[in-house]
Design a protein around this ligand. Structure first.
Ligand code: FES
Length: 163
């Protein structure tokens, strides 16, 4: 395994571990979050690295990554479009909004997981409630939040900001 981390990032990981003096293993989730924040996804190398650092077997880290849906195993596109599909949004047009974003960005793949455009520019994905149920359908693009995305015109307008 050849993985090279910046000293700052490794320091961040080590610091997170100090919050769990009783059992290093409890730092697994915080470390996975830090890793995903830094690299965008959790690779096989990441799993091995974190397991080694926490002195556990890789399978214990892999089971966390596969259990929690917020962890990604594949890289995502430059712009991440997260469409809420929980009840209010589902009733308010989430599926149409998701399909529209896929069409406009060229994102491909099964709707059960992240769909990425061949140029790597966009990933469209369903997420659960984004806590703005009264303005359905809602979505996030990267860290920005958008409400009432209920027409292709509106979706096109939003995408202009993310080229
Ligand atoms: S159901 Fe979509 S924001 Fe709550």
């Amino acid at each position: 395994m050849s993985i090279s981390l910046t000293p700052d990032f490794e320091k961040k990981l080590d610091e997170a571990i100090t919050h769990y003096p009783v059992s290093k293993r409890s730092a697994a989730l915080p470390l996975l979050h830090l890793w995903q924040e830094q690299f965008g996804y959790i690779s096989d190398e990441a799993i091995e690295f974190i397991a080694k650092k926490l002195e556990v077997q890789s399978i214990h880290i892999l089971e966390l990554v596969t259990f929690y849906p917020m962890f990604r195993r594949e890289p995502i596109g430059k712009h991440h479009i997260k469409v809420c599909r929980t009840l209010s949004c589902a009733l308010g047009g989430a599926h149409e909004a998701h399909a529209c974003m896929k069409k406009l960005t060229g994102a491909q793949g099964d709707d059960h997981g992240p769909c990425t455009s061949p140029d790597g520019k966009y990933t469209v994905e369903y997420v659960e409630c984004l806590a703005s149920c009264g303005t359905a359908p809602v979505m996030m693009i990267n860290e920005e939040f958008y409400e009432n995305v209920n027409s292709e015109e509106k979706a096109k307008e939003l995408l202009k900001k993310y080229q």
